[in-house]
Design a protein around this ligand. Structure first.
Ligand SMILES: [Mg+2]
Length: 215
C-alpha cells in the first residue's frame, strides 16, 4: 500500500476540467466522427457535460462514489449515440471501488486503479467489444494495462499514470491503421483506414486530464 492519496478535490477537479476539455475540443471530436461516423461525437459529449455542469455545485457535496454516479447517470440520460452512454456507464462504475464514504474523502492509488478497471470493464461489457475493433477501448485497455503493470512494478502513481496516457495515445494512433468491427464505421470497411476513431481520441484526452490533475 502506498500513501499516495488522491483527494476529493482531485476527483471533482477532473470533472470540472473534462467539462472545459469537451467545450474546447468538441469541434475536433465531431470532425473525426464526420470522417467515419455520423459526426455527432463532439456535440453529444457537449450536451452531456453541459448537463453535468448544471448540477456540479450540488453534487460536490456528495462523496466521490455518489458524485461519479451522478455524473455517469447524467451522461447516460442525456447523451445519444454510442459513446455517450458508454462514458456514462464508465463514470457510474468508476466510484464503486472506493471504500471510504465521507463527503471529503478521496481514494488510495490502489483504489484508483480499481476504479479505472471497473470503468473499462463496463465499457467492454456494454459494447461487447475489446481492443483492436477501432473503438475507445483501443485507448482504454492498453492504458489500464500499463497503469497496473507500471504501478505493480514500483513506478510511482503519477508516473505510472503518465505511462498509461502514453500507452493510450499509442492505442489511439493504432486505430488509424485498422478497420472497424464495431460501431457505425463498420460499414465503411477498408475506407475507415487512415482515420482515427473519435471515441478513442476523446478517451485519450480524458485520460490526460486524469493524469494532469494528479498532485
Ligand atoms: Mg457518432
Amino acid at each position: 500500500m502506498s500513501d499516495y492519496i488522491l483527494s476529493k478535490d482531485y476527483f471533482v477537479k477532473v470533472i470540472e476540467d473534462l467539462i472545459t476539455l469537451v467545450d474546447q475540443r468538441k469541434e475536433y471530436y465531431t470532425e473525426l466522427d464526420s470522417q467515419i461516423g455520423d459526426g455527432d461525437h463532439g456535440i453529444n459529449l457537449e450536451i452531456g457535460f453541459r448537463e453535468v455542469n448544471k448540477n456540479l455545485d450540488e453534487w460536490k457535496k456528495l462523496n466521490v462514489r455518489d458524485f461519479y454516479n451522478n455524473v455517469g447517470k447524467a451522461l447516460l440520460d442525456k447523451v445519444g449515440g454510442s459513446s455517450g452512454p458508454l462514458y456514462g456507464s464508465f463514470f457510474m462504475k468508476f466510484g464503486l471501488p472506493i471504500k471510504s464514504k465521507g463527503p471529503d474523502e478521496g481514494a488510495t492509488f490502489e483504489e484508483f486503479i480499481e476504479m479505472m478497471d471497473k470503468g473499462v470493464a463496463i465499457i467492454q461489457k456494454r459494447g461487447k467489444s475489446t481492443k483492436g475493433e477501432k473503438t475507445m477501448l483501443d485507448t482504454f485497455i492498453p492504458a489500464l494495462e500499463t497503469l497496473r503493470s507500471e504501478y505493480e512494478a514500483g513506478t510511482p502513481g503519477k508516473e505510472a499514470m503518465e505511462k498509461a496516457v502514453e500507452a493510450g495515445k499509442e492505442g489511439l494512433e493504432f486505430t488509424r491503421n485498422i478497420v472497424a468491427t464495431k460501431g457505425r464505421a463498420m460499414r465503411l470497411g477498408e475506407r475507415a483506414i487512415g482515420h482515427l476513431d473519435p471515441g478513442a481520441a476523446s478517451a485519450a484526452e480524458f485520460l490526460e486530464v486524469f493524469y494532469k490533475d494528479m498532485p
